[in-house]
Design a protein. Structure first.
Length: 445
């Protein structure tokens, strides 16, 4: 009887066990870390007028300085992915954060135009491992039903950084100078690098903060037991046919990753979409002042509208791809591409009243960001955990190259044809995204 009672008590104890929730702490750290990283790359926009005056930079020199970060960031993606795939996130991530803070501070110490250029190029190179490290951490720490939402939180931080930069920089410059912007922004990165190293292991199974029940949930064992052998995916009928949903071979070698059109197609689609995002970031403030004739203060408030929408779009889109579309990523990509083309066209005949225009920009940001998390989560269903960093690096390389080229292309079109043609070109780029994404498969796992 005693043995039976002990056995029953153990069963009740096991039944009452609740999974820990440390993965959400990891996600909170991801949001904080990447908000800091996004702020480190965006703060130069506020400092640029003061830097141009001190170093007598032309428009061309200023534009080239701004693009150096993006080129360094893009070209270091694949080497970073190969290194993380071989040695793991834990060895690289905190060092990358520390170096990012170091190069941010170095920008403030720059006493020549050449030193500024080297600082921005170096910042791009050392920050390159961060998005791959974050995507790999999400892949390791979250179940298949949570990866889209987690990716949305990560990408919302990219858009949240530019929202908080202007008011912080304004306070700093009002008390000191443009150099102190970079000194102050370097400090949080050091703090969070140490927090990450102490709290976030390579995998949840290595973490002292995760119990067995949370590990089962992350690995989907809890869900599999609950479903008792039922199909892991709902049949979405016609939608599955339209998005070419099918079982796909796991890409478990680097050769398979580099030879996969699905990976390269995702990368090309992301290039077009991130290009549109960077065009908005670089040129919309100028459009507001020169075309819409808003005041500097008014344009600052209106220019923040697309990024507020983008934060919500990333979160809603990530949740939708996990739950509404049952871990299918292409529906969000396709919807976002078509919707973005329509909003770019709508901007040609946009209202001049500030509230109405801000509302249009808010909707634009929400819609073009709806599918962004899908680009991060898509390779997770194709690649093995070992090859995923390389797959993520390829996708992000395409995105960053597109992001670097779009503002320059927009300036070229603007000089020759005008604003309407810029918006038409961005609409065309979004339609190209739609066509490219149609050619890749929706992998079912």
């Amino acid at each position: 009887m005693a043995e039976e009672a002990a056995s029953a008590g153990g069963a009740r104890s096991a039944a009452l066990a609740r999974p820990s929730r440390f993965r959400w702490m990891v996600l909170a750290l991801i949001f904080a870390v990447y908000t800091i990283a996004a702020a480190d790359r965006a703060n130069i926009g506020f400092a640029m007028p003061f830097m141009r005056k001190e170093f007598s930079m032309s428009n061309t020199q200023a534009g080239a300085l701004l693009s150096l970060f993006l080129w360094g960031y893009a070209l270091a993606q694949i080497p970073s992915g190969l290194a993380i795939g071989r040695f793991g996130v834990h060895r690289f991530f905190s060092w990358a954060m520390l170096l990012t803070s170091g190069f941010t501070a170095l920008t403030g110490f720059s006493n020549s135009h050449l030193m500024l250029q080297l600082s921005r190029l170096g910042l791009g190179v050392v920050e390159a491992p961060l998005p791959i490290g974050v995507a790999t951490t999400i892949n390791n720490w979250f179940s298949a039903r949570e990866k889209g939402f987690a990716s949305g939180v990560f990408l919302s931080a990219v858009k949240f950084g530019p929202v908080i930069v202007p008011p912080i920089c304004a306070v700093i410059v009002s008390y000191w100078s443009w150099r102190e912007i970079f000194y102050c922004f370097a400090i949080p990165g050091v703090i969070f690098a140490l927090l990450w190293y102490w709290l976030v292991n390579e995998r949840p199974s290595e973490s002292r903060f995760c119990n067995r029940e949370e590990l089962d949930l992350i690995s989907d064992k809890t869900i599999v037991r609950a479903e008792r052998g039922a199909a892991a995916r709902r049949d979405l009928g016609l939608l599955d046919k339209l998005i070419r949903a099918e079982k796909a071979e796991t890409l478990d070698t680097r050769a398979k990753i580099f030879g996969s059109w699905d990976i390269w197609g995702c990368s090309l689609g992301y290039a077009f979409q991130l290009g549109i995002s960077n065009y908005m970031l670089a040129w919309i403030p100028t459009y507001l002042i020169t075309v819409k004739k808003f005041s500097v203060a008014g344009s600052g408030l209106v220019a923040a509208a697309p990024w507020i929408g983008a934060v919500l779009g990333n979160l809603i889109g990530g949740y939708a791809s996990d739950r509404w579309f049952d871990r299918r990523r292409k529906p969000g990509m396709i919807f976002s591409a078509v919707a973005t083309a329509l909003t770019m066209y709508a901007l040609i005949n946009s209202p001049s009243e500030s509230i109405a225009f801000a509302a249009l920009l808010f909707v634009t940001g929400l819609l073009f960001s709806f599918g962004f998390s899908a680009y991060m989560a898509y390779p997770m269903a194709l690649a093995s955990r070992e090859t995923f960093p390389v797959a993520s690096a390829i996708v992000n390389t395409g995105g960053q190259i597109g992001g670097a080229c779009a503002p320059l292309a927009a300036g070229f079109i603007l000089d020759r044809f005008g604003w309407d043609w810029v918006f038409l070109a961005m609409a065309g780029a979004s339609l190209l995204t739609f066509l490219v994404i149609l050619t890749v498969r929706e992998p079912l796992t």
